[in-house]
Design a protein around this ligand. Structure first.
Ligand code: SF4
Length: 605
């Protein structure tokens, strides 16, 4: 079986039992990898109604068939579980070097179940797998944890995925971190890891990933790298300015959410753009495993020394969305989030919600005591509250629950800018309505990366679409992007390759590596299967589509006040029924029997 190691590790944290299971090609052809493997085991083995923090929730780390190969960006792994933030499926992936190492150790995935009775970490050295005591690193930040465990196992080449104090303290938007600054960020996957008393996974591998036709694969890889290098975004903007290349582009197009989406352009955007960061702080680029793009940034600050990031999303979440301008403070806040193991988007979104509630008088000064006032533009807020929420101290205990629960507590749910209880990322969909449909129907709630409609609507990939067109063509593009992203994720690649590569390119890479002769349509069918399986899990977990496939009231009813999108809202009501129909779902957003059958999901229906 090429591309795979053919083995899955099962670790029962309650009993300490570690076992190995085989996977075969038939299974791989149906589910491909990462999200596919994850949702299969979650649906098969878990009660969807389970409390995300109960030992019965499963936590799955999975790689794809191209993880650990030379395919461009072939280094990703994904963490799949039931989200403590949304109550639905969470699938958060990360780059860096951990995923490839897990594959080199001979494992396609790890399934964690149960809960350890004291802090532990999993040590994997090829076939040697053991649970070890982690009491001495419990409470440590991510960089210290990585340092101590690397020294302890006595091998500088180990790769580590771990949680910081935020995951330990069950902050509902805690991330799993690797390589210091790479995050499987969204949905609180780090909090589930914390709930299981699992501090880290430490991996070292010495095996290869076998390829069906090495010569052919090498030439296909070469061709795709050339394509990426020629692309103005993948070969130009991203390596030069990082993902922050988007700050000026998105701001000038009028979609840069500011002060909790009250405005759509930030007056100081230029000062915190990728261009500004490059001029002031950039030391070098830092690519993930096998990545020819290299969007990762290493910056230097006098206060911190060298640090990595921030990404576009983090600059926005900890900057414009809070009305905060100072780029150095944003870089420091991002560093703190990485050390504590926090999702920066949800951290910023939660603070933005609290700021609007405070400014509207719903959160009162007496609620926060002598803490800094939660006012937009107050830089003091950043470091103070990031620390407090990580350790659940004072008002931080409320913030640790995420923006939705904060808004609910203070009677201001309409000011929570999220979907399915997850905070929205850095694009105001009133300036890209297809992107709005993507937010509303995202299986993991407020998120951008599973249907990046900014590509066609703003950047012109694969071709330019009018951001305010809401025709069937647009709705079909949302569906295609969702299925394609599921495929790219499952393969183990980074979605930034879509700047330069199309569906046929992924087919070429997979076929050459795996020795299959799948058509592009057959691969996209796997993407569709994964999307529907995740939806099925959400429905079983209690999703009410007509109530929850929606956007915050502001985006549906308050027209944009200024800039190129002035006067626009998202016309979701007009798109959603057509989305359901084109997906082959019922009018109320459920998956009918024919679709279940067509996708081979009968065993879960
Ligand atoms: S494009 Fe950026 S995030 Fe993606 S694999 Fe490369 S360096 Fe990592």
């Amino acid at each position: 079986m090429f591309g795979y190691q053919g083995k899955i590790l099962r670790v029962n944290l309650t009993t300490g039992k570690i076992s190995e299971e085989k996977i075969d090609e038939k299974f791989a052809k149906k589910w491909l990898g990462t999200r596919g493997f994850g949702i299969y085991y979650i649906l098969k083995e878990m009660d969807p109604k389970v409390d995300p923090f109960s030992p019965d929730n499963k936590l799955i780390f999975a790689t794809g068939p191209l993880t650990g190969t030379t395919a461009p960006t072939g280094g990703r792994y994904m963490v799949i579980t039931k989200s403590p933030l949304t109550g639905y499926i969470a699938m958060a992936n990360s780059g860096g070097f951990f995923g490839a190492e897990l594959k080199f150790a001979g494992w396609d995935a790890i399934i964690f179940e149960g809960k350890a009775d004291h802090p532990v970490y999993l040590y994997i050295n090829d076939d040697q797998v053991e649970l070890r005591d982690a009491s001495h690193v419990w409470g440590k930040v991510v960089s210290e944890t990585e340092k101590i465990l690397t020294e302890e196992v006595g091998d500088k080449k180990v790769q580590i995925a771990s949680i910081g104090p935020a995951g330990e303290n069950l902050v509902r938007f805690a991330a799993v971190m690797n390589n210091g600054h790479r995050a499987a960020g969204r949905g609180g996957v780090g909090a589930v890891m914390g709930s299981k008393n699992l501090k880290a996974v430490v991996v070292r591998g010495h095996k290869r990933v076998e390829i069906a036709d090495r010569q052919k694969f090498t030439s296909v890889v070469k061709e795709k790298i050339e394509k990426l290098k020629k692309d103005p975004v993948a070969g130009g903007g991203l390596p030069t300015y990082g993902t922050a290349v988007l700050v000026n582009i998105i701001n000038s197009n009028g979609l840069y959410p500011t002060r909790n989406f009250q405005d759509s352009q930030f007056e100081y955007a230029e000062e915190q753009s990728g261009e500004a960061m490059r001029a002031k702080y950039l030391v070098r680029n830092k690519p993930c495993f096998a990545c020819p793009i290299g969007c990762g940034r290493v910056n230097v600050l006098p206060t911190l020394g060298e640090t990595e990031g921030p990404e576009y999303e983090s600059i926005w979440a900890l900057g414009a969305n809070l009305g905060i301008n100072d780029l150095a403070s944003i870089i420091e806040a991002n560093h703190l989030c990485d050390e504590y193991g926090l999702d920066t988007i949800s951290t910023g979104g939660t603070l933005a919600t609290a700021m609007e509630l405070y400014e509207r008088g719903l959160i009162k000064p007496e609620d926060i005591g002598d803490a800094p006032p939660l006012r937009f533009g107050n830089t003091e807020v950043l470091h103070y509250y990031i620390e407090k929420l990580t350790f659940r101290k004072g008002f931080g205990d409320i913030l640790a629950e995420g923006g939705y629960r904060v808004a609910e507590k203070f009677n201001g749910v309409e000011y929570f800018m999220g979907v399915k209880k997850q905070e929205l990322p850095a694009y105001d969909p009133r300036g890209a309505e297809g992107h709005g449909l993507g937010y509303a129907t995202n299986n993991r709630g407020g998120g951008h990366i599973k249907q990046y409609m900014i590509s066609p609507e703003i950047l012109g990939y694969p071709y330019k679409m009018d951001p305010h067109d809401i025709s069937d063509e647009k709705v079909k593009m949302v569906i295609l992007f969702q299925d394609l992203t599921a495929l790219i994720d499952a393969a183990g690649l980074c979605v930034f390759t879509t700047f330069g590569l199309g569906a046929d390119d992924y087919r070429d890479l997979l076929n050459a590596a795996l020795g299959w002769d799948f058509t592009t349509e057959e691969y996209l069918k796997i993407g569709e299967r994964i999307w529907n399986a995740e939806r099925l899990f959400n429905l079983k977990a209690g999703l009410d589509p007509l109530k929850e496939d929606t956007l915050p009231k502001r985006l549906l009813e308050e027209p944009v006040k200024q800039g190129p999108n002035k006067g626009h809202v998202v016309r979701l009501k007009e798109m959603l029924p057509r989305y359901y129909a084109l997906r082959g779902w019922t009018e109320d957003g459920k998956i009918p029997e024919e679709k279940i059958k067509e996708l081979g999901l009968e065993e879960f229906a």
